[in-house]
Design a protein around this ligand. Structure first.
Ligand SMILES: [Zn+2]
Ligand SMILES: [Zn+2]
Ligand SMILES: [Zn+2]
Length: 367
């Protein structure tokens, strides 16, 4: 009994002093000091958090335990636009996304000599030869892939063809009309490879004194309209024929346009301006030939000695010395410096810029 009492006393003393025979230490953490898990004895201080500043992809957080601050949200990348040399790049961390702008150069030595007019689509070159009622369609290797006769039959009294340029949201690239002496009008629609995509018939009576019709790209992404040849561009005159190239059919010439469509129609008749995501975007050369206008910028005044308007990928060529051209994007960032040499540049179709140097034309596509 005495012995037992003695052991109890020793235990009591041990408990009171907090000592154990062998401590079991747990290392200090951000919030707890080093301590013994058995007896709770403490050594030193808590380490405190080791905070890392917010980065593009992580918010403020402790490097050691991962604890985040309340406002510890990631900053997000600070993107600079892609250029001819570099993909879209984060100016803070260097992360990249996508590919650099691709630039393709086309010399087209044969076509440049043999045809009088060229319109470029992403997959073909639509060509006209002087005095011929026929359209030739080539691929970019200058191989003939199709022809289309504008006057499709003998009875055609007068005919007209329109090649749509501007952004092709639809397949239809070419519309031909053929009107015979009994006022029957046949309208044919073709895709960019020259394959027929639709045909429609209507009756067209020309106003007295008119001898022919005249096509307009109306709302470049959707409608093509045909007016009497004396049409002066007054939008209040309804067209004789209105073709809906999105649906490959005739549209009602008396249809009412909503305001946005109406505005687009008027702007599109100024220049062969493309519609980019329903925004008009074109820039203005010092001589006032082009205006730059879209919903974000409303209007920006003359900027360059020479400028093309924007292509469907949202790029334009601009020159300040008439010798070399920079490439700019829709936000007017220069994304390619002195990338093309020439004394005159314009846009031909929705994909290709044409640059003239010493009288020789070279074609470039920037995507
Ligand atoms: Zn202990
Ligand atoms: Zn921590
Ligand atoms: Zn970043």
């Amino acid at each position: 009994m005495r012995k037992l009492l003695g052991i109890c006393c020793v235990l009591a003393v041990l408990l009171l002093t907090g000592c154990c025979t062998k401590h079991e230490w747990k290392e200090a953490t951000c919030t707890e000091p080093k301590h013994c898990v058995k007896c709770g004895e403490i050594e030193g201080e808590p380490l405190g958090h080791d905070f890392q500043k917010a980065t593009c992809t992580t918010g403020i957080h402790c490097r050691r335990c991962g604890m985040g601050m309340l406002d510890g949200q990631a900053l997000g990348h600070t993107w600079t636009p892609r250029t001819l040399d570099k993909p879209k790049t984060c100016s803070v961390c260097g992360e990249t996304e996508g590919e650099p702008i691709s630039c393709t150069k086309y010399d087209l030595p044969v076509l440049s000599k043999e045809v009088d007019s060229m319109r470029f689509t992403p997959e073909s070159i639509i060509c006209g030869k002087n005095g011929e009622d026929r359209i030739y369609i080539y691929d970019y290797d200058e191989k003939l892939i199709n022809t289309i006769d504008i006057a499709t039959d003998e009875s055609c009294a007068w005919s007209q063809c329109v090649i749509r340029w501007g952004l092709t949201e639809t397949e239809t690239a070419i519309v031909t009309t053929c009107i015979d002496s009994s006022n029957d009008c046949k309208i044919c629609m073709y895709n960019a490879r020259g394959e027929k995509t639709g045909e429609a018939h209507t009756t067209v009576v020309l106003p007295e004194g008119e001898e022919n019709i005249k096509p307009y790209n109306l709302c470049a992404s959707r409608y093509v309209s045909f007016y009497p040849s004396s049409y002066d561009g007054n939008a209040s005159v309804n067209p004789l024929i209105l073709v809906d190239v999105q649906e490959n059919c005739l549209a009602d010439p008396n249809m009412e346009f909503d305001f946005e469509t109406f505005v687009n129609r008027n702007i599109s008749s100024c220049q062969d301006a493309p519609i980019i995501a329903n925004q008009y975007a074109f820039i203005r050369a010092r001589d006032g030939r082009y205006g730059y206008l879209n919903k974000r910028y409303s209007y920006t005044e003359a900027l360059y000695q020479d400028a093309t308007n924007f292509n469907s990928a949202g790029y334009a060529l601009v020159s300040n010395d008439g010798k070399s051209y920079d490439l700019i994007d829709l936000d007017l960032n220069v994304v390619g410096t002195a990338c093309v040499e020439g004394d005159k540049a314009h846009w031909e179709g929705d994909t290709v810029f044409v640059v003239r140097k010493d009288g020789v034309y070279t074609y470039y596509s920037f995507k």
